[in-house]
Design a protein around this ligand. Structure first.
Ligand SMILES: [Fe+2]
Ligand SMILES: [Fe+2]
Length: 481
């Protein structure tokens, strides 16, 4: 069972990551007590290397990265467990204090190199944003170029209190501006005008910033599927889902906006598909299918011919070419040579599949509800989709996605406004309760479904079922954003 295998692999990485951090932390603490040549330090360094070098050998590098309060070990999130929590947390604090957010070993390391790094780190002053530059210089000077350190990202943002209304307003702006921009660019391409993609790039950078701060507003917008113009919404939704997945697996910020761009224009090839085929209500004949199925190749060729994309070009080609390819290389286009679908391709495929199946009723006679789509994805995990990404995606969307109208066991109705971070509490989101007043539903207080009754110890609320907002004439968007 590929899913099982992959998830144990991920689990293994996470455990190995935790073990590495525990050992690294011990070495770091050692620098304050022992001097460089003490046997204890040698011992600690040796213990680190026992994890470090085998990982570098098998995975080409070891990359430790801090994203918010999480540590990522070669792009796998290190799961916090009760026994390792204090040390992981302490290590995180030590790094954050020094503004160090990344450590990468790109070749095997020896004891002296490692000790050098740890003494450098421990000697850094607190709250100096430029620390990573100093360490980089020192390492270079000492000829240890295969160890890299990077600056901590977004630490500042977390410290500053961000007004959630303000954040929502900004997310909304990014979302709707992006839709107009995709429209502009796609129409420009159609009429063979020179397109300005600088604006698109900037918008995707804004989207990345917004998602990194709090992805709920943009994911909420992507989840609401009752917009008028589906085509352009779809492009933006795919970009948002892709960035949000990428963020969760620790893809660096710069690459996230590239991922967003690739997601935004994945269907660029569709601009060459005649409208009659694209909007045909009845069944497509074989010839028409051929035309549709050509859009990934057509899209990739279009990108190749345009100079405007610059350094983005390769990513954009990937997004266009691979988004209907499955993990096991089924799907289309058919490949003559076997190759692996790229990480960006796998992410965009997933995002595209989810959004395409959930499209609004006007465009789809049988739109699937989210739960059903996630079920399909899990069923095909490891075959059509990358099993690890499916897991990340399901946790992100939740069983009850943002904007779902639910009925609680207290007979109250509510709208899901926040998904819990903990995977175990995925069925207990935060819900804005609704009350009926003067002919319409209004938003009341927010209930956290993880809250328990103090006397009985039981959960105060439970979701009984989901409801169709149309039946109650509720426009979810109004409550969510
Ligand atoms: Fe497509
Ligand atoms: Fe698509």
């Amino acid at each position: 069972m590929p899913e099982k295998q992959l998830s144990t692999q991920e689990d293994l990485s996470s455990r190995m990551g935790a073990e590495f951090v525990v050992r690294l932390y011990r070495l770091l603490k050692g620098t304050a007590i022992y001097d460089r040549n003490n046997v204890v330090m040698d011992q600690y360094a040796q213990e680190c290397l026992q994890v470090l070098n085998p990982v570098v050998q098998s995975e080409d590098h070891l990359f430790l990265k801090i994203v918010r309060d999480n540590l990522f070990f070669n792009n796998v999130k290190i799961q916090v467990r009760a026994d390792n929590y204090p040390i992981l947390k302490a290590f995180l604090m030590e790094m954050k204090k020094r503004w160090i957010g990344e450590i990468e070993f790109s070749e095997e390391v020896n004891k002296e190199h490692l000790k050098e790094l740890l003494f450098l780190l421990s000697g850094l002053e607190e709250n100096n944003e430029g620390n990573y530059l100093y360490v980089t210089k020192q390492l270079e000077y000492k000829d240890i170029g295969h160890i890299h350190v990077g600056k901590l990202e977004f630490f500042k943002d977390e410290e500053i209190y961000i007004d959630s209304e303000d954040q929502k307003r900004r997310s909304k702006e990014v979302y709707f501006k992006s839709i107009n921009m995709v429209k502009e660019v796609m129409e420009g391409i159609k009429s063979q005008k020179v397109v300005n993609i600088r604006k698109a790039k900037r918008l995707m950078q804004n989207a990345v910033n917004a998602i990194m701060q709090d992805d709920s507003a943009l994911l909420g917008l992507a989840n609401i599927k009752n917009y008028d113009e589906y085509t352009f919404n779809h492009s933006v939704n795919v970009a948002i889902y892709a960035i949000a997945i990428g963020q969760r697996i620790g893809i660096p910020k710069k690459h996230l906006s590239h991922l967003g761009m690739a997601g935004l224009f994945h269907d660029i090839g569709k601009t060459r598909v005649p409208k009659e085929i694209l909007n045909k209500a009845g069944k497509l004949n074989a010839e028409e299918w051929e035309v549709i199925r050509a859009h990934p190749v057509v899209g990739a060729e279009m990108v190749m011919r345009m100079k405007e994309w610059g350094e983005l070009s390769t990513r954009m080609i990937t997004g266009a070419f691979e988004h209907h390819l499955r993990y096991d290389l089924s799907g289309y286009p058919r490949l003559t040579r076997k190759k692996k679908v790229s990480l960006f391709g796998r992410i965009i495929t997933l995002a595209d599949f989810y959004d395409a199946l959930g499209r609004p009723r006007v465009y789809n006679r049988f739109p699937y509800v989210s739960e059903k789509i996630l079920g399909l994805m899990m069923e095909r995990s490891g075959k059509d989709f990358d099993a690890i990404l499916v897991k990340v995606f399901v946790n992100m969307i939740g069983i009850f996605p943002l904007g779902t109208l639910v009925l609680l066991n207290t007979n109250e109705m509510g709208i899901v406004v926040q998904i819990q971070e903990e995977a175990d509490l995925i069925d207990r989101p935060k819900v804005a309760l609704l009350f009926y007043k003067e002919g319409q539903y209004r938003k009341g207080k927010v209930a956290d479904l993880t809250e328990k009754d103090e006397t009985t110890g039981e959960y105060k609320w439970k979701i009984v079922k989901t409801l169709d907002p149309n039946e109650y004439s509720i426009n979810v968007a109004e409550y969510l954003i």
